[in-house]
Design a protein around this ligand. Structure first.
Ligand code: SUG
Length: 420
């Protein structure tokens, strides 16, 4: 049976605050602070466990090998000799934000009926531009069943593609044909536009989407300038609900009209700027919630603690739930460590609609397996990392050893061997 499965990125042992993401206000604001990789990973695992207990299908992607010595070698250097900037780029744990791993078009939307995944090239940010090699390796293992999946290599540079974070799917039910919405930015503002229209168009072609059910929408310049470096910071969709900020899109009236024409049963839940400012929406990550359908059929939002701590946001949410709005439940999680780098609940997961039986079970979560991962994290993940620690060879070793141990516990030795 086709089900929505959330694949969360397990937070890697090198999680740190090196301020690498221009346009991501949280990353810039927290530059130089001490990170807590162990707590970060446990926070993410607690969210996975809770979603599993809520009756949702849960999978995970593994943290990548960091420092990425192979990438530094291609740049003519080594971890020991690299400049501090290059070394920080080689050590980032940014693959935890699995919403940027790939764009996923489930079988009901594609010409050949298979689920298509295109790995994101993430070319705009140096620290993320080398994620795709291992992401591709992991997805090729997890979704190896060629009767049900097609995993594609990234779109070539210079067309920036940041994956599912700029892609929304609207449908009557997860297993029904959907409308796929690709949101792109246009360069010219104070911050880079990380998703290019050309890349989105290429992904739609490669996935064999029906042009009549595909929409390209421009992100508003105001949203990018206010810090919405990905569209999933200002809008999220699930089944027939689009939950969005009023200022998310460049031409919202035209977009809403197109969506209503293509999916008459759509419910657009728009939060007006006079109820929640763009600044509050971005600081609280209200829209970076996971909008999920519970087994009861009701919709729920899985939110970061910052949403509850932002008065205008919490007021709006409580009023919505008390009224007759389509979102019926609010679940709040402490994801402070990831949030401080601009990654909320939705950033941490990649949604795949598929039959879980067709996926390599080693990537699927169970309560027991999460327990084993938590134990390993408690043992091997550093408790804290200061930016100066990034030049300490002992830290590089700790990170490599911890990841290898995780590959062993999850019975994925091939990920420890692959030359990415
Ligand atoms: O690409 N942060 C990530 C956050 C990604 C959030 N994902 C989604 N919105 N789906 C980014 O900006 C911070 C890294 C640093 O500064 O060390 C970082 O990469």
């Amino acid at each position: 049976m086709l089900t929505e499965i959330n694949f969360d990125g397990i937070v890697g042992p090198s999680h740190n605050y090196a301020g690498l993401s221009l346009g991501n206000l949280a990353s810039a604001r927290n530059f130089g602070k001490v990170s807590h990789p162990r707590a970060a990973a446990l926070q993410g695992l607690a969210k996975m466990r809770a979603n599993l207990e809520r009756g949702l299908a849960q999978g995970f992607l593994l943290p990548q090998r960091r420092p990425d010595a192979a990438w530094l070698e291609r740049l003519g250097t080594t971890t020991a000799h690299a400049s501090a900037t290059l070394r920080a780029n080689a050590l980032s744990a940014s693959s935890m934000w699995a919403a940027n791993a790939a764009t996923v078009s489930p079988g009901p939307d594609t010409q050949d009926g298979r689920c298509h995944l295109t790995v994101a090239n993430l070319v705009t940010m140096p620290h993320r531009s080398h994620e795709w090699t291992e992401t591709l390796a992991q997805l090729r293992i997890a979704f190896a069943d060629a009767a049900h999946f097609a995993v594609h290599a990234p779109i070539p540079a210079p067309f920036g593609d940041e994956g599912a974070a700029n892609h929304m799917r609207l449908c009557a039910r997860h297993d029904a044909p959907g409308i796929e919405v690709f949101v792109y930015g246009v360069a010219g503002g104070p911050f880079p536009a990380r998703q290019h229209r050309e890349a989105s168009e290429a992904v739609a072609r490669i996935h064999g989407l029906d042009p009549a059910r595909t929409v390209f929408a421009r992100q508003s310049d105001a949203a990018i300038a206010a810090g919405a470096f990905h569209n999933d910071v200002v809008a999220v969709a699930n089944e027939r609900v689009l939950f969005t900020h009023e200022l998310a899109f460049a031409d919202r009236d035209a977009l809403y009209a197109e969506l209503r024409a293509k999916l008459p049963e759509i419910e657009i839940v728009e939060v007006p700027a006079d109820a929640v400012s763009l600044e509050d929406a971005i600081a609280s990550y209200l829209f970076n919630a996971q909008l999920v359908t519970l087994p009861s059929g009701e919709a729920a939002l899985v939110l970061p603690g910052e949403a509850r701590d932002t008065p205008a946001v919490w007021r709006w949410l409580e009023r919505h739930v008390a009224g007759n709005g389509p979102i019926r439940h609010l679940f709040v999680h402490d994801l402070r460590e990831s949030m401080a780098n601009g990654g909320g609940p939705a950033c941490l997961r990649l949604r795949v609609v598929a039959d879980p039986a067709t996926i390599d079970p080693r990537f699927m979560a169970t309560a027991q397996k999460l327990g084993r991962i938590e134990a390993l994290v408690g043992q091997l993940w550093p408790e804290s990392i200061a930016v100066k620690d990034l030049s300490d060879p002992a830290l590089w070793n700790t990170c490599l050893t911890a990841r290898s141990a995780l590959c062993a516990v999850l019975e994925l030795p091939e990920l420890d061997r692959l030359p990415f």
